[in-house]
Design a protein around this ligand. Structure first.
Ligand code: AMP
Ligand code: ZN
Length: 115
């Protein structure tokens, strides 16, 4: 399958690994928008949040456990944000489910006023 994040998980494309367990892989975003910007991806290919169902939804809890652990390790006690873009209107560019962990500065409003 021609999927960038599957290739990163397989080690075929280099990444700066931050965390890994049996369910998920986390690495630094190549274009960070804040001092901490880490992507958490399930090792199993899931296209996006739209494909979460009763058979695979436990992966989301596992990923959030990893996110909370890494956020604490990175010293983000002042706050952090998780973003998961789903589909073109949300700006999803890589169609393998992922969660952005963003922090290390005040993050402002969640969604711009743009219409
Ligand atoms: P999204 O736009 O929500 O689909 O997020 C995709 C993210 O992947 C963007 O923030 C990109 O900067 C990031 N990205 C794209 N290619 C790479 C790469 N090779 N290594 C790390 N992050 C990447
Ligand atoms: Zn994939």
């Amino acid at each position: 399958m021609d999927c960038l994040f599957c290739k990163i998980i397989a080690g075929e494309i280099p990444s700066k690994k931050v965390y890994e367990d049996e369910y998920c892989y986390a690495f630094e975003d190549i274009a960070p928008v804040a001092p901490v910007h880490i992507l958490f991806v399930p090792k199993k290919h899931i296209k996006g949040a739209c494909e979460i169902n009763p058979e695979n939804s436990q992966i989301v809890g596992k990923i959030y456990e990893a996110i909370a652990k890494v956020a604490a390790e990175k010293g983000l006690e002042n706050g952090w944000r998780v973003v998961s873009n789903n589909g073109p209107d949300a700006g999803q560019t890589v169609f393998h489910l992922h969660f952005h962990l963003i922090g290390g500065r005040p993050l402002g409003v969640m969604v711009s006023e743009e219409k």
